[in-house]
Design a protein around this ligand. Structure first.
Ligand code: AMP
Ligand code: ZN
Ligand code: FE
Ligand code: FE
Length: 274
């Protein structure tokens, strides 16, 4: 089925394919529309727009994934069609990325006190120019032989409840929605099923102007999709989605273009652009 894969990561954050490598993969997939949604950055989007010209059948939607904090949980908000060049917006993204550097250093210190040594220099090297995130630490831990797969590093160590988890203050989910709206973007709640108080947060964020709900996501099965579709109708939110491909090498990773927003529904999302 032809889809709009509206959730993809590159080396501009914690994905492992560069912008051009990812676009080459998308071009061979079922996606005719795609969005690059790196964490707290839009740095790959200009290069992506240029490279997408190589594939006349492909359409790129500018995107981002913002991380927000709530008590004991985290919420991710996707933004599309945003006027991302705005100076104040870019300034805020820079400060989010700076906070992530402090946080990664704190986590590396915690790992060290647990007897797991990874060097900050190596983690930075793995992250390259991209927004630093936990997957980069996970990859360094795999390199050092502490784990076989990046996702295993999350189970007892890098997860929110993990031994090496650290946090620095982030924006609230309401602020994340407001920030996307402030640059004329369309705001979509990412992977809602991961949120403990999902329905409560859908209600709160709808009040802030949330436009859509990520319904077609990664490995969400038919009953989850059906549940989320009902919620999207109840709250008048556009049911959107994408693969959330990172290319981290975890087995069973959902490939670009295999999951996404049905093309006819994508039109509804586009009509929301002011
Ligand atoms: P961060 O942006 O540093 O908070 O890291 C969030 C990223 O870590 C997500 O986008 C996923 O790529 C990855 N991640 C989060 N939780 C897990 C998990 N339990 N297993 C594997 N990867 C995860
Ligand atoms: Zn990620
Ligand atoms: Fe996410
Ligand atoms: Fe993501």
């Amino acid at each position: 089925m032809e889809v709009a894969d509206l959730h993809l990561h590159t080396t501009q954050s914690d994905g492992r394919l560069s912008v051009s490598e990812l676009i080459d993969v998308v071009a061979l997939s079922n996606a005719s529309i795609f969005s690059i949604t790196d964490h707290d950055t839009t740095n790959g989007l200009d290069a992506a727009a240029e490279y997408t010209k190589k594939y006349p059948h492909l359409r790129l939607i500018p995107g981002i994934e913002l991380s927000a904090d709530i008590d004991g949980d985290e919420i991710h908000v996707l933004g599309y069609f945003l006027d991302y060049q705005q100076v104040d917006f870019q300034r805020k993204l820079t400060s989010f990325r700076d906070g992530r550097i402090t946080r990664a250093q704190m986590m590396i210190e915690k790992l060290s006190s647990l007897g797991m040594e990874v060097s900050w220099d190596r983690v930075q090297e793995i992250a390259g120019d991209g927004t630093i995130g936990r997957p980069h630490i996970a990859l360094a831990l795999v390199e050092e032989g502490y784990f076989d797969l990046p996702k295993e590093a999350f189970v007892n160590h890098l997860n929110r409840t993990g031994l090496a988890y650290a946090e620095v203050p982030k924006i609230s989910p309401q602020e994340a929605v407001q920030l996307i709206k402030s640059v004329n973007g369309v705001a979509v709640l990412a992977h809602p099923f991961e949120i403990t108080d999902m329905t409560k947060w859908i209600g709160i964020l709808k009040e802030e102007g949330l436009d859509g709900l990520e319904v077609y996501y990664g490995n969400y099965g038919p009953s989850t999709v059906e549940h989320l579709l009902r919620l999207s109708r109840a709250y008048d939110l556009v049911p959107a989605g994408g693969s959330d491909f990172h290319g981290l090498g975890n087995p069973g990773e959902v490939r670009p273009g295999t999951v996404g927003t049905p093309i006819d529904i994508f039109d509804r999302l586009e009509r929301l652009v002011i």
